[in-house]
Design a protein around this ligand. Sequence first.
Ligand code: TRP
Length: 344
Amino acid sequence: MAFKPLVFSGVQPTGNLHLGNYLGAIVKFVELQNSHDCIYCVVDMHAITVWQEPTELTRNIREVTAAFLACGIDPKKHIIFNQSQVAEHAELAWVFNCVARLGWLNRMTQFKEKAGKDRENASVGLYAYPNLMAADILVYRATHVPVGEDQKQHLELSRDIAQKFNNDYAKSIQERGFGDAFFPQPEPLIQGPATRVMSLRDGTKKMSKSDASDYSRINLTDDADAIARKVRKAKTDPHPLPVDEKELAARPEADNLVGIYAALNGSTKADVLGEFGGSQFSAFKNALVDLSVAKLGPIGAEMKRLVQDPAHIDAVLADGSARAKLLAAETMNAVKDIVGFVRR
Ligand code: TRP
């Protein structure tokens, strides 16, 4: 059966949206609006799999929403909402808790990393997180999921869950007229030159909201001065930029800055080296400051403006949630019928 193309993705409201979130995901969200129907979700229920201070969580939900809007996602043509306003995500996640196998979840590398050594003390939610993520996507029967590289394994699990549900309930799915597959196999859309943006202090570590040094990242809310300062202080090596892209492999800091430039500019690393190969970092950094300020400055300013009007943000989320709920309820009703629940 052919499924209608639909894009779904989620961003966690856990603070400090940075250049890595922007280039690794949000840029793609914006682009996909021209070719697909899109649903973009602030996944607040995922956020509380690790402790969140309630007032900060509220602020962060609004901040991610502001980032979506400031980056150019159109909440009228597409859907922007927060997960907890559509209860069907949690409902379908329960069904998926009963479809997914312990063995599948035991392989998830993100759980191992986040739970760390003290696994006994990790929340059950953190362990079941990938099942909720599968529900996020499949409650809309979405077909395409723009995500960073680190979410590939979770996407594969979503596909496995969709397939096992389709197999386990094949007869019931047929009998109720849904053909031979109720859920699609959602595909990851992983992108461009700087999918993995690295720390500005260490080119071998991912740019992260939890790095102790604020100089390691460019936050989306940084103003022009902060952006310039951080780029100028970014770690480099003593050599001029290479002409040949292959040489970047052994120079993580150079590779990262060239990748960031390419991604912000919508070009490739080879293009950037065509222009700056042989130059000193000082000259390249001047150009990178100009480009970063030109691209990110207006986004940060717009985010700051938007978060000052929480009523407006909350109205966007309420409208998006109502529209999302209509779609999700339709899927959930069908799932209840397929599983054999009695409903009104
Ligand atoms: N797990 C994703 C992350 O940490 C966020 C997420 C939750 C998501 N649900 C999703 C992404 C559904 C894509 C689709 O980045």
